[in-house]
Each structure stands twice: as C-alpha cells, then as structure tokens.
Design a protein. Structure first.
Length: 116
C-alpha cells in the first residue's frame, strides 16, 4: 500500500492484500505466509487497531492460487529478442556543407586504429 511503484512479492496471511518486500514480515520463516506490517503489529499485540480487516482464508488461498498460476504462465512465455540492424551512415543532405579539407588529412586510412 505504501510503495505503489514496487512489484508485489507476496500476500499477507491475514488481510490477503499484496505487498512489496519492504512491507512484509516473515514472522515464522520464509516457508510460512508473511504478515504485512499493520497485521504484524496487531498480531503481536503492539497495536490492536492497526490491522486491515481480515479476509476469509478461502479467498486468500484462491488469490494465492491465481497469483501462482499467473507466474507459471509468465514463466512459460518465451520472449524472443531479435537483433536489430542499425544503419549508422549519415545520408547526404542537399545543400549541406562538404567536409573540410583538413579533416581528410586527420582521418585514418582503412584498418588503422585511432587513439583518443
């Protein structure tokens, strides 16, 4: 909720909302579902009114399954990146001034390296 531009990492085990990594508390290790910060404060007894309203466990499980299904579908999709050829030559413009004569002297002949 706080970081709208961060990608959601997991769902809160109590309220079922998606949160970024900074807003999740793994109280029981990485194997168990995490709490969001407000729900963790309420669960620990620090603040009783901090938590979001809890959602039914059935709905949280359904949302988790949907999320996992979407991640699998994204992993299956192969993105094929094709190289793009770019023509770096500069076309001659009508009326453009020609290259200065002194430039020809300083340009290397083909195959020479230029030190910068």
């Amino acid at each position: 909720m706080r970081h709208q531009f961060e990608a959601a990492v997991d769902l809160c085990r109590n309220c079922g909302y998606e949160f970024c990594a900074e807003c999740l508390v793994y109280s029981f290790g990485r194997e168990q579902p995490p709490y969001c910060v407000p729900c963790a404060l309420a669960a620990s007894g620090v603040r009783s009114n901090a938590a979001y309203p809890p959602r039914p466990k059935r709905e949280i499980k359904r949302r988790l399954k949907e999320r996992q299904k979407a991640e699998k579908a994204r992993a299956k999709q192969k993105v094929e990146v094709k190289p793009v050829e770019v023509d770096w030559s500069i076309p001659d413009r009508p009326g453009a001034p020609a290259a200065p004569d002194w430039l020809e002297e300083h340009l290397p002949s083909s195959g020479e390296r230029v030190a910068f």
